[in-house]
Ligand binder design. Structure first.
Ligand code: ADP
Ligand code: S3P
Ligand code: MG
Length: 209
């Protein structure tokens, strides 16, 4: 179980080898980013990992490499259920790793098995990156390959999906609102947020509010 000040001490001297070792010594093995599509999990995850000197893993990328298919191809060939099963299985493999920043896919938390794994992983800190749905969609549409995002394509269901996932995102330990921020500003805010918000234990965010 994490004790207070362990996360702040991890990020206070982020970037050095000493930092990552110190974080390991304190028992924190991973930072996991969650939130809807376009929240910045992949973008900020990579930046945060570089800052910490930790490895960066992206659940979608790992699944694509493992299967030899794109995420869109998996949706087409196996349906969403097939993709969700792959997410659960890949998460179990990745959560064994140390000194890792992990970006989840936006829908991973829909699976109970994913939520259970995150809850059981007491030495990982889960951060929810939030923004209004309209801003998230806008960011996705501005990215190359927007048409390849299967969940984005199903525009009619987007708001209900987003609403259904919110309670799951809110099970994270920390939350960062990114609306109106650049990725660089979000990264600084992410570091500052974690530093300023010591947790008495690794209980979900909702337990502290
Ligand atoms: N404040 C911000 N934080 C993170 N990403 C942002 C922000 N503002 C704009 N963006 C852009 O939004 C997109 C987020 O995409 P991505 O990192 O793939 O999100 P996700 O992995 O959560 O779907 C990127 O193109 C990024 O540059
Ligand atoms: O919201 C979703 O259900 C999905 C989000 C995507 O990841 P990002 O949130 O990183 O875009 C990817 O896992 C897949 O297209 C499904
Ligand atoms: Mg992503």
């Amino acid at each position: 179980m994490l004790k207070s000040m362990q996360i702040p001490s991890l990020l206070a001297t982020a970037g050095s080898e000493r930092t990552a070792n110190g974080a390991q010594a304190s028992g924190l093995r991973a930072v996991v980013l969650t939130g809807f599509m376009g929240a910045g999990k992949t973008t900020l995850g990579r930046l945060l990992a570089a800052e910490l000197g930790w490895e960066f893993r992206d659940l979608d990328t790992e699944i694509a490499q493992d299967s030899g298919m794109t995420v869109a191809d998996i949706f087409r060939a196996e349906g969403e259920a097939g993709f969700r099963a792959r997410e659960m299985e890949m998460l179990a493999r990745l959560l064994r790793r140390e000194r890792m920043v992990l970006a989840l896919g936006g829908g991973a938390v829909e699976s109970e098995g994913v939520r259970e794994q995150l809850a059981a992983c007491k030495d990982a800190c889960v951060v929810y990156l939030s923004a209004p749905l309209e801003a998230l969609v806008q960011r996705c549409l501005e990215q190359p390959g927007a048409a390849e995002r299967p969940v984005l394509a199903d525009r009619e269901r987007l708001r209900s999906r987003w609403a259904a996932r919110l309670p799951y995102y809110e099970q994270a330990h920390l939350r960062l609102e990114t609306e109106g921020l650049s990725p660089a500003e979000s990264l600084q805010a992410l570091i500052a947020l974690v530093k300023q918000r010591p947790l008495p234990d690794n209980a979900p965010m909702s337990a502290h509010e």
